[in-house]
Design a protein around this ligand. Sequence first.
Ligand SMILES: [Zn+2]
Length: 357
Amino acid sequence: MVPRRVQCALTRWLLFPSMRPMRLIWRVVVLLVCPSLPFLTPSHAQINQVRELAPGVYFHEGDLAGHGHCNNGWVVFDDYVLVIDGNFPSGAKEVLPKIRAVTDKPIRFVFDTHHHGDHAYGNLVWVENGATPVAHEGVIEEMMKYETGFYGKTPGRWESEIPKRPDVAASKLKPPTLLFRRDLIFDDGKQRVELVHFGTAHTHGDAFAWLPKQKIVFTGDACVNGPYNFTGDGDIGAWIQTLEQVRKLGATTVCPGHGPMGTGELLADQQSYFVELRKEAKKYARRKPEEIKAALKEIRAGLTKQTRIARYVGDFLPAQVEKAYVELGGKAWPTNQAAALDEHQIHAQSHDATLRR
Ligand SMILES: [Zn+2]
């Protein structure tokens, strides 16, 4: 991929020509001759498209805005296919025929990068097609906490999705049954995939799929590419440390949980966003919640000014700021519940947008 700084410079050069006519003509010619320049192509062009990153290794950017789908990956081994992320049931059904189009090997495993619905609620679709859901044991622990309806107590998140998502209403929760504590390795001598838990990040059960031969990492929501950081179930301080360990793998291709894929720099960008967010929150850690709430606009402006991380700033910002502030010793906001609720609502809305239309 073209580095982002170069992209920005080239885009500026093409879109904001100087007043000299010859230069203007030259730039128009460049635009006409090169309509498919990758840095001018909106990332949306990649949504629902299959990309083969290396022989037998695929990435699929899910339709988040339309259907709340996460990104998927799959790796074709000699005897079977390993799918990365269960997606929502409708997302699984979107991806399944695309896997079938490139291989007839049996889909034996589906790896849930974490417990969230858009990454794990589609497990039953994969099970019905012969796969076993695999995850870090923290995924089961998180499901026990949040999916209490399944475990015989009060209704959980699955039940709250049912009125909003017909695909969830028509399916059943299928928690992973093959669990690992630190890592699980798939290796047939040709393909090698290491599923690794590095610690808490986006949730307490995040794990990554690392392909050492191709230097590709699939991150789930522990790394995204856009304003999609839901911090409600994780720990921002631990998240930064976890990303530090993932960076040490030396990945050159990063497939995030949401948004377009990127180079190894994507991990650094994601980490920088949280580092900068915490810096802002720290300034207010000994001050009253009302003061940091009042400074939200200023914090947003400060983060947006930093080109490397600007794309991470979005509707989740108030809840992210609150989370970082409380982690750093700040008192819970008077409207603590409301901020957390907002975050959940925005998260849910982004997942249900089309289905409710
Ligand atoms: Zn998530």
